[in-house]
Every structure is written in C-alpha cells, then in structure tokens.
Design a protein. Structure first.
Length: 202
C-alpha cells in the first residue's frame, strides 16, 4: 500500500487498514520519499519489502471493497484481477456515514457511479508474482497523481492479456483535492507519459 500521511486521509487509512487486517493478509506500506509523493515508486518499495511472495493485493489507503470480492479475486486464478466491477465515489457526508458503518447508498450520496466499461485502472487488484516480475512493477517515472495505474495495466496486458474482474463495489472515500497542489499538478505530464508509452515512444 502506498502511503504518506496527510490530515484529510488519516481516518480513511485507519478504516481501510483495519478492514484489511481482518482479511488476514500481511500489510506492507511504503513511501518512497521525494518532495512529491509517487504511488508508483511506493508500490515498488512495498513489493520489495514484502520479500518472497506469490500473489499480492494492490490496495490504496482511501478505497474499500468487501472481503468477499477480495477472496473472489484471489480465487479467480488469473494473473491480474480487479476485485470490483463498480465504482461509487461518495460525498463528504456519505463518507462520514461510511465510517460509522453504513454500506447502502442512494444517488444523493455519491458524485459518480461507474460500471463496467469506464472503470478506473486502479483500486484493489490481485497480481501474480510472475507477472509483477515480468513487467518490472510500476513505472517509476510517474510522480504525483495519475497515469501509473494505467501504465501498469497496459504493461500487464502485454504479458497476460486483458485484466479480469470479479463482482464487487469499490467505494472511493471523499477527501479534498487542491488542483494547485504539486501532487495533482503533475497530471498533465503523467498523462503525456502514459500516452507516449501506449504509442511506444517512451
């Protein structure tokens, strides 16, 4: 799990890590350092610190899926499997209720709901060690927000074919986003890098 503490996400991180501890997998968190946080480099650092593993669940600190979806992804026996097929981005108020245990939400509780074709490239997913080694993990040229998950999925697809999915809802918990933050300001550069990778230019 890539993780750098920030006041607006500490509560989400605690909720998610407690949920994952109940699942039973050991949790490896990492921050690869640098002025601007890099999820790509931090995923790679966590994978290295985990040592000799056969399968990993890649997971962020502010998203949540049910244990049943994680189990299904592990049991699917494919090299790259997403543990959800629907995304719900909760509002600030709905996220607070999520922390209090609510798991059923209506349209007024979320800012977007995505199903099937336009799902995000990140979120909880299972990857086999052989595929991780074959791709080299995440592309560490991605620093700041965006693009690293797209590039990793693209690399996995080249070696293992299209990613698989199991049924499940991914809840994205609300947190403020400042477009002037250097972390989010990196998006245009990351978007171009991913486009160049797909074209074979990078």
């Amino acid at each position: 799990m890539p993780w750098r503490p920030s006041p607006e996400r500490v509560g989400h991180h605690q909720l998610v890590t407690n949920h994952l501890k109940e699942f039973g997998f050991p949790i490896f968190e990492a921050d690869a350092g640098g002025d601007i946080f890099s999820s790509a480099r931090s995923y790679n650092k966590a994978a290295a610190e985990a040592g000799d593993w056969d399968v990993a669940i890649l997971h962020e600190a502010d998203v949540w899926v049910d244990h049943s979806s994680l189990h299904a992804a592990l049991e699917f026996r494919s090299a790259f499997v997403y543990a959800y097929d629907e995304v719900i981005t909760l509002t600030e108020e709905a996220s607070a209720r999520f922390h209090r245990g609510q798991r059923e939400f209506g349209p007024v509780d979320y800012t977007r709901r995505i199903q099937y074709r336009k799902l995000t490239p990140g979120g909880p997913r299972v990857v086999a060690r052989w595929l991780w080694d074959r791709t080299g993990g995440f592309d560490e040229r991605f620093v700041g927000w965006g693009g690293e998950d797209n590039a990793f999925r693209f690399a996995c697809g080249k070696h293992a074919g299209p990613a698989q999915r199991v049924p499940g809802v991914l809840y994205q918990l609300w947190h403020p986003r400042n477009p002037d933050d250097p972390y989010f300001a990196r998006w245009p550069k990351n978007r171009k890098l991913y486009a160049d990778i797909k074209r074979g230019y990078a």
